[in-house]
Design a protein around this ligand. Structure first.
Ligand SMILES: [Zn+2]
Length: 167
């Protein structure tokens, strides 16, 4: 059945084609820095206009994760994923980067020894602190989305579905 209305997704908030039978049309949701990639969880669910169960759940989960990320310290950070070029690769044969999870200074120094002189000036404290800053920014961007969804809930819940414009 062709969708005749639009509705706002409870997870990403975007306006999507909606039918009362199947809910929001399947759509993708990618936020690289959160590690979100693929089909949006809001697909096939009712839009914000008619339901907020999934929105409330999303807001709660994102809020918890944002607080966890923003409260990480040098002592509680599990580690940093280090990435380097695969030496077996070449310009003609590109290989995916080699990834190593480094938990402390000793493991960081071992990783440096393996990589070689190109990283000899790198310091664990600097690497760890920039990871903490990065995760804190990820948390901030999650809180921005929480704010966006909370506002959307106020503006759209209980409102009639906007008609779908002809394309
Ligand atoms: Zn969505």
């Amino acid at each position: 059945m062709k969708a005749t209305h639009n509705g706002n997704c409870q997870v990403c908030g975007r306006l999507q084609a909606t039918t009362c039978y199947r809910g929001i049309a399947k759509h993708g949701y990618t936020v690289q820095e959160w590690g979100y990639n693929g089909v949006c969880r809001g697909s096939d669910h009712a839009p914000v206009q008619t339901s907020t169960a999934l929105l409330d759940e999303t807001v709660q989960a994102l809020g918890l994760e944002a607080n966890r990320l923003r409260s990480l310290t040098a002592d509680t950070l599990p580690g940093v994923m280090m990435s380097r070029r695969d030496p077996k690769g070449s310009v003609w044969n590109k290989l995916p980067p080699l990834k190593t999870f480094v938990r402390n200074e000793a493991e960081f120094e071992a990783w440096k020894a393996e990589v070689g002189p190109s990283v000899c000036g790198w310091r664990w404290e600097t690497t760890r602190d920039s990871e903490l800053r990065r995760l804190s920014h990820v948390g901030e961007s999650m809180l921005q989305h929480v704010l966006f969804l909370t506002t959307l809930r106020k503006q759209c819940h209980g409102q009639p579905l906007p008609p779908r414009t002809q394309q």
